[in-house]
Design a protein around this ligand. Structure first.
Ligand code: ZN
Length: 119
């Protein structure tokens, strides 16, 4: 046991130091992941739907676990109910009804309503 502790200390930083570094990197790594996944989501026309679906699922889980979320431009492309992508004309129906954008997920029939922003 003693020997293991000594060996362990040789290769590892003290735990309190390690914890601090990991906490700093955790945020940063999550932000990098979100920006990479967002760029995949926004290029949905060039990329396979399966990959875009996977990116959507990972964006939700990174957001839940690390509190780093994508901007609204990207989150409107995700169905939170089936945790998959919501691509206009592919698996989402978009209509305008009494001043609101109505997005329907074709896979689970979930409806998302949002106001049209006025300029
Ligand atoms: Zn859905």
């Amino acid at each position: 046991m003693e020997l293991l502790k000594k060996l362990g200390n040789k290769f590892q930083k003290p735990y309190h130091e390690l914890g601090e570094n990991m906490a700093k990197n955790r945020r940063k790594n999550a932000q990098i992941a979100v920006s990479q996944l967002s760029s995949i989501m926004l290029r949905y026309n060039e990329i396979d739907l399966e990959i875009v679906d996977s990116a959507a699922r990972q964006l939700i889980s990174v957001g839940k676990r690390h509190g780093v979320r994508a901007n609204s431009e990207v989150t409107r492309l995700i169905c939170r109910f089936c945790k998959k992508s919501l691509i206009p004309a592919k698996n989402a129906r978009i209509r305008i009804n009494s001043g609101r954008i109505v997005t329907t997920c074709i896979r689970c029939n979930r409806v998302y309503r949002s106001k049209i922003s006025q300029r």
